[in-house]
Write a protein that binds this ligand. Structure first.
Ligand SMILES: Nc1ncnc2c1ncn2[C@@H]1O[C@H](COP(=O)(O)OP(=O)(O)OP(=O)(O)O)[C@@H](O)[C@H]1O
Length: 394
C-alpha cells in the first residue's frame, strides 16, 4: 500500500503541500547520454554533414509543459528539469528554476510563487519562459563558449503562428544565435528511431504534460497529424476533481501526479491496488485519510484517456490506405511521459486493432529527436524546413 499525505490548511500551509511524496524522479539531472551514434536510422538522408566549427555548442531543446530537456551537440542530453520557475513577487527576482522550483510548488511563502510558464504545450508566460530558457542555456554551456548557440526547439504541431513566434522570440531573447523549429511528433518519431525518411508509414503518439501529438509520417514529412490539449496534466486535474467530488478531499497537483504514476491504469488491473491518501477535508477543514483504489483512479481519468484514443482513431481514419497497411505491420509508437500510464498501450491496441509499442526512453524521445537535428543539422534541414517557415537568424 502506498501512502500519500497532504496536510490540512488552516495551519497556514497551502492545501497542496505534500509531506511524504518525494520530488518526481524525472526532476533529477541525468548523467549525460552519449551523443547520437553516427549511423543513419533515417535511411534516406545523407549524414555526411561537415563538422561545423560550432560543434558542441548548438543545442536541441524539448521545451515541454512538464519538463525541459536540453541536448548539446556532441554531448547528448545534459539537462532534464521540470519547467518550473519560482519568482519573488516583491522584487521580481528568480528564486529557483527547475527541480528546486518544483519542490517549492504549494510550499512557498506569500511573496514567492512557483510558476509553470508553459501550459498546454505553449508559452503561457513569455517573460518567465525566456528567463527559464536563458538559465538552462547558460547552465549547459557553463560559460565555455562565447558565441551564441544555434538552437533547435520542438513545438506542438497544432500551435498557431503567434504561439510559434513566441517560442522563437523566447529562444532568441534567451541567447540563441539562430532558432529552428521542429514539430514535436517529428522529433519524437526521430528520437524513437522510426524510419521517418523512408517511403513507409510510421505512426507516433507523443503524450506529454500539456499536449498529445498524433502523427503519421512518411518520406520525411507529416502526412496527417492531430494535436489535442489533453495529456498528463489533464489526468492530474481529473484525479483532483474526482477526489474532491467523491471524497470531499482537497489534493494538490503533485499529489495527483503521484497517484497517477503509482495507481492509475487505462485498463482494469488483474490485481487492483489501493493507496492511502491524506488530505484536507473540504467540509471540516481538518485532515482526513481516504483509501483510493486503482479502479477508482481509472474511472477518474476515463474521459481524458478516451479523448486520446479518439484522436488516434480520427488520425487513422483519414490515413491513406497504403500507409495504414504499413502502420498495421509496424505498429503505433508511443512516446512522452504519458506513454508510461499503465495499460495505455494495451487499451490503444484493443481500440484500434493495431500493434502498439512503447519507445524505450519515452520521456527522452523528443529531446533525442531535436538532438539528432542538431547533430546532423545539414542532413536534417529537410525534416525541419517543410514545416518551418520561421527559421530565424538573429
Ligand atoms: N509513470 C508515469 N505514468 C503516467 N504518467 C507519467 C509517468 N511518468 C511521467 N508521466 C507524465 O508525463 C508527463 C510529462 O511527460 P513529458 O515530459 O513527455 O511532457 P512534456 O514534454 O513536458 O509536455 P508537452 O509535450 O505537452 O509540452 C507528465 O504529465 C507526467 O506526470
Amino acid at each position: 500500500m502506498t501512502t500519500l499525505e497532504t496536510p490540512p490548511t488552516g495551519t497556514g500551509l497551502a492545501p497542496e503541500r505534500t509531506i511524504v511524496i518525494d520530488d518526481a524522479p524525472e526532476a533529477k539531472v541525468p548523467a549525460p547520454r552519449p551523443a547520437t551514434p553516427a549511423r543513419n536510422p533515417l535511411g534516406g538522408f545523407s549524414l555526411a554533414s561537415p563538422m561545423s566549427k560550432f560543434v558542441g555548442r548548438d543545442i536541441g531543446v524539448d521545451l515541454g509543459t512538464a519538463n525541459t530537456l536540453v541536448y548539446v551537440r556532441g554531448r547528448g542530453i545534459v539537462l532534464n528539469e521540470p519547467s518550473v520557475v519560482a519568482i519573488n513577487t516583491m522584487t521580481g527576482a528568480v528564486v529557483a528554476v527547475g527541480s528546486e522550483a518544483k519542490q517549492m510548488i504549494g510550499r512557498t511563502p506569500a511573496h514567492v510563487v512557483a510558476v509553470r510558464p508553459l501550459r498546454d504545450g505553449v508559452i503561457a508566460d513569455f517573460e518567465i519562459t525566456e528567463r527559464m530558457l536563458r538559465y538552462f542555456i547558460q547552465k549547459v554551456h557553463r560559460r565555455r563558449y562565447f558565441a551564441k548557440p544555434r538552437v533547435v526547439v520542438c513545438v506542438p504541431s497544432g500551435i498557431t503562428g503567434v504561439e510559434r513566434r513566441a517560442v522563437i522570440e523566447a529562444a532568441s531573447q534567451a541567447g540563441a544565435r539562430q532558432v529552428h523549429i521542429v514539430e514535436e511528433p517529428m522529433a519524437a518519431a526521430i528520437g524513437a528511431g522510426l524510419p521517418v525518411a523512408e517511403a513507409t508509414g510510421s505512426m507516433v503518439v507523443d503524450i506529454g504534460g500539456g499536449t498529445t501529438e498524433v502523427a503519421i509520417i512518411s518520406l520525411g514529412g507529416i502526412v496527417n497529424a492531430q494535436s489535442i490539449r489533453t495529456a498528463g496534466d489533464e489526468f492530474d486535474e481529473a484525479i483532483i476533481n474526482h477526489v474532491k467530488k467523491v471524497y470531499s478531499l482537497m489534493l494538490g497537483e503533485r499529489s495527483a501526479e503521484e497517484i497517477k504514476m503509482t495507481l492509475a491504469a487505462a485498463v482494469p488491473l488483474a490485481n487492483p491496488e489501493v493507496a492511502e491518501i491524506r488530505g484536507r477535508d473540504l467540509v471540516t477543514g481538518l485532515p482526513k485519510t481516504i483509501v483510493v483504489s486503482s479502479e477508482d483512479v481509472r474511472d477518474a481519468i476515463a474521459e481524458p484517456v478516451q479523448a486520446i484514443i479518439d484522436a488516434v482513431r480520427n488520425t487513422l481514419d483519414s490515413c491513406p490506405p497504403e500507409l495504414a497497411a504499413d502502420i498495421m505491420e509496424r505498429g503505433i509508437m508511443l512516446t512522452g511521459g504519458g506513454a508510461l500510464l499503465r495499460g495505455l498501450d494495451q487499451r490503444l491496441s484493443d481500440e484500434t486493432g493495431m500493434p502498439v509499442v512503447i519507445a524505450s526512453d519515452p520521456l527522452d524521445c523528443v529531446a533525442l529527436g531535436a538532438g539528432k537535428c542538431v547533430d546532423e543539422f545539414e542532413a536534417l534541414q529537410a525534416v525541419m524546413a517543410p514545416h518551418n517557415p520561421y527559421q530565424h537568424r538573429f
